[in-house]
Write a protein that binds this ligand. Structure first.
Ligand SMILES: C[S@@+](CC[C@H](N)C(=O)[O-])C[C@H]1O[C@@H](n2cnc3c(N)ncnc32)[C@H](O)[C@@H]1O
Length: 225
């Protein structure tokens, strides 16, 4: 009962802060709070701030201005990195989340949201992109209103699609590394490594903060946050 009341109060505070603060300051605060909580309760997965922090860091470090995301959800990651990229592509399977994201980013002509299965749409998209790109592969069922329940994770099809890419030096990030144990529709991490090196044998794959990171060998060894 007490924990329910606490959760309710925390939710009210979050809603209030979200209403009062400009969106950008709210996102910054949320990222910093997430990092703090993660630091204190290390056993939890990294908060969204760590993930978007990594995307921002790699974008500035390697001068990469194109982002492809699979699994848009409400578009929170896109919102946090809007200023870092010139082109953002994101694919969402759920129709209402897709429509919501289209509305949210209607004022940003360089944000392109597509509706459909990333395993099917990614082969077409990668065939069009000529600039070096960060791929943030994050499509999977994640409870609530999200799509893909009981369908496993499309990451194997996504990585196969990347063999059709016009270049083979993209940066590949895959969220939820801990889920890749070869069970319940999720491939084993070893299978992911095999698929990544089939795109380009120079890829070096590492896992940190529950994120799989694949860099071509020239970039490997660059310390990542
Ligand atoms: C963890 S959420 C994405 C969060 C978002 N990337 C962010 O960082 O803010 C995963 C999303 O993937 C979507 N999804 C599930 N299967 C999918 C598929 N095959 N193709 C595209 N999206 C999918 C779900 O509906 C859900 O919105």
């Amino acid at each position: 009962m007490i924990s329910r009341i606490c959760k309710f109060l925390v939710r009210c505070c979050v809603l209030l802060v979200r209403k009062v603060l400009p969106e950008e300051r709210y996102i910054r605060l949320k990222c910093n709070m997430g990092r703090f909580v993660w630091g204190v309760m290390g056993e939890l997965g990294p908060p969204s701030g760590v993930k978007v922090g990594l995307i921002k860091d790699l974008s500035s470090r390697f001068g990469i201005k194109t982002l492809v995301e699979t699994g848009t959800c409400r578009g929170d990651a896109i919102r946090a990195v809007l200023k870092d990229f010139n082109q953002i592509y994101s694919i969402e399977l759920d129709e209402s989340l897709y429509k919501g994201a289209c509305q949210r980013f209607a004022k940003f002509p360089y944000v392109h949201i597509a509706w459909g299965d990333s395993g099917e749409l990614l082969p077409v998209l990668v065939g069009k992109i000529t600039d070096r790109t960060i791929f943030w592969l994050d499509a999977h069922y994640s409870g609530g209103v999200t799509a893909g329940k009981g369908k496993g994770c499309p990451v194997v099809r996504e990585l196969r699609a990347m063999r059709k890419a016009r270049r083979t030096d993209h940066l590949i990030l895959i969220d939820d590394a801990g889920s890749f144990a070869g069970e319940t529709g999720y491939p084993h991490i070893d299978e992911l490594c095999t698929l990544i090196t089939a795109i380009n044998p120079s890829y070096k794959v590492e896992v940190k903060d529950n994120i799989v990171r694949a860099f071509v060998s020239d970039d490997a060894g660059v310390p990542v946050k």
